[in-house]
Ligand binder design. Structure first.
Ligand SMILES: NC(=O)c1ccc[n+]([C@@H]2O[C@H](COP(=O)([O-])OP(=O)(O)OC[C@H]3O[C@@H](n4cnc5c(N)ncnc54)[C@H](OP(=O)(O)O)[C@@H]3O)[C@@H](O)[C@H]2O)c1
Length: 308
């Protein structure tokens, strides 16, 4: 079980700081951190690559006052490969920016085809066995990569503690193999982008702008007709229920039987609030099924649809 240094468990939602130091300045970032803490969120996610280090630096300033109550996660090796040197050098920088002797969770940010996992986990073992990190995570790994990493980690008397995949009503691939693999292995899940980068707020159908209109990668990921239709369906359902579509979108991810600790985020405290409200939202089985039916359920791994 993942806990903070004083034994506080992971909260049902995680707060992601990818906007700290970019779309959110220091004051707005602090307002979002405070809102997350007021809602009982104990788990905060950042990465070496976010905003040239500004995300780690700002988060580091915020956590000092109650560090032992919190679970702080960062990620290494998004760029340059998961070599021993990239991991150890990057982690040292992350540690300095975060002003932390001990970082709770260190993720590999992505799978690296070119570096043997033996080398990667040798570096992670150096950090773990010297007490500089408490838990190991992997992000953007396929399920077979998680299991391969799990086998290598065991050679170093470690295990994968948490996995961070993409997951939302319009990105459901994780349901097929990653979620079942993690449940089987007792690995925590902290999925990211529950709003599809903002698509599921309904704002694009209303003609508004945001990440999907300015970031080509997010436009390519989510500017797809069936996804836009799913977002419209979610907004219509939300209007009927008098709730914000973002609340429904986040609550839907949380209600998956694997009980993922979904990562929420925003550019302002006002924007964040509907996502935070998912903590109190009563997702009935009937509503869960109605929302699920708005998108495409991925085929089972065996492709034997008739047995699913
Ligand atoms: N491991 C990885 O590779 C990876 C990748 C991505 C994210 N993450 C983590 O997951 C966290 C969450 O990811 P995400 O930011 O992609 O999550 P998301 O919830 O899918 O998207 C959040 C974005 O949606 C828009 N939004 C949110 N609430 C809104 C509202 N009420 N009204 C209108 N627009 C709203 C904002 O973007 P705009 O205002 O710009 O439109 C906001 O930044 C990140 O902070 C990071 O920690 C990890």
């Amino acid at each position: 079980m993942i806990t903070s240094p004083n034994g506080t468990p992971l909260s049902a939602l995680t707060y992601g700081t990818m906007q700290f130091g970019s779309n959110a300045d220091a004051a707005e970032s602090q307002a979002m951190f405070d809102a997350a803490r007021a809602a009982g969120i104990t788990h905060f996610d950042t990465a070496y690559v976010y905003n040239g280090g500004a995300s780690e630096t700002l988060l580091g300033q915020m956590v000092q006052a109650e560090r032992d109550n919190l679970i702080i996660a960062t990620k290494a090796a998004f760029e340059g490969g998961s070599t021993r040197q990239i991991i150890l050098d990057g982690f040292q920088t992350s540690q300095q920016r975060l002003q932390l002797d001990v970082v709770d969770i260190l993720y590999l940010h992505r799978f690296d085809d070119n570096t043997p996992l033996q080398e990667t986990f040798d570096a992670l073992a150096t950090l773990k066995h010297s007490g500089k990190i408490r838990y190991i995570g992997v992000s953007n790994f396929a399920a077979w990569q998680v299991m391969k990493a799990q086998a290598i980690a065991a050679k170093f008397e470690m295990q994968i503690d948490i996995v961070q995949p993409m997951y939302s009503l319009v990105k459901r691939q994780s349901e097929v193999e990653i979620f079942p693999a993690c449940v089987d292995q007792g690995i925590e899940l902290a999925p990211y982008s529950p709003l599809g980068g903002g698509l599921l707020t309904g704002k694009y159908a209303a003609g508004e702008t945001g990440r999907l209109t300015v970031d080509p990668a997010y436009k390519a990921r989510y500017d797809v007709e069936w996804m836009r239709n799913a977002a419209k369906g979610l907004s219509a359902l939300a209007a009927d229920l008098d709730v914000h579509p973002a609340t429904l979108a986040v609550a839907w991810t949380m209600a998956h039987p694997a009980r993922p600790k979904t990562i929420i985020s925003g550019r302002s405290a006002a924007q964040l609030q509907p996502s935070v409200d998912a903590l109190e939202f009563n997702m009935t089985a009937e509503l869960y099924d109605r929302i699920t039916a708005l998108s495409v359920t991925p085929a089972p791994a065996t492709d034997r649809l008739e047995e699913a």
